[in-house]
Structure formats: structure tokens, C-alpha cells
Design a protein around this ligand. Structure first.
Ligand code: SF4
Ligand code: SF4
Length: 87
């Protein structure tokens, strides 16, 4: 199985739907999420550690988490095999 790369995923937590149960915080293998001390809701604190395992999105009882691939910084650069630097 291919090794999962870190930091390639955007993690969105819909604050209005999160009830602060802590499941995502407890079981995230990368410790990406924490419960906010004030609101008690999940926050993304270490997105660079996310391995896109999908646990949080699948197990959130309130469907409050959505994962999406991060956009490339410059998709055209990859397609044209160009890094944008001076020649
Ligand atoms: S699992 Fe869902 S409801 Fe529970 S803390 Fe995480 S985002 Fe909030
Ligand atoms: S996808 Fe996995 S690693 Fe990423 S935030 Fe969710 S539980 Fe953590």
C-alpha cells in the first residue's frame, strides 16, 4: 500500500454542527485536531500532520468534518513542467 503523505488535505470543521464530542480529537493519528477551550468544539491545529486517513470525516456523528485535497499552488506550472523561475 502506498505511503500516505502528510499535509495534502484540507480539513474543514463546520463549527455550527460540531457538538464537541471529541471523537475526532481522540482518534486522529496525527493529533491534527483539538477541542477549543472556550467553545468546546473541534479546531484544526496541525493540518500539516494530516495523513488523510479519513477517520474523522467517517466517524463524526454530526457530519461536521469534510476532507478535500489541497489545491496545487500553481496547477499550470505542474502541467507545463515549469517552476516559474527565471531561466
Ligand atoms: S467528531 Fe464531530 S462532533 Fe465530535 S468533536 Fe469532532 S467534529 Fe465535533
Ligand atoms: S483524516 Fe485522519 S489524520 Fe487527517 S485530521 Fe482526520 S483523523 Fe486526523
Amino acid at each position: 500500500m502506498a505511503k500516505k503523505e502528510k499535509g495534502k488535505t484540507s480539513i474543514i470543521v463546520f463549527q455550527d454542527w460540531c457538538k464537541g464530542c471529541g471523537i475526532c480529537v481522540e482518534f486522529c493519528p496525527g493529533k491534527v485536531l483539538e477541542l477549543d477551550r472556550t467553545s468546546g468544539k473541534a479546531l484544526v491545529v496541525h493540518p500539516e500532520e494530516c495523513i488523510n486517513c479519513g477517520f474523522c470525516e467517517l466517524h463524526c456523528p454530526d457530519f461536521a468534518i469534510m476532507l478535500a485535497p489541497k489545491e496545487r499552488e500553481n496547477p499550470m506550472a505542474a502541467e507545463l513542467n515549469c517552476n516559474g523561475g527565471d531561466q
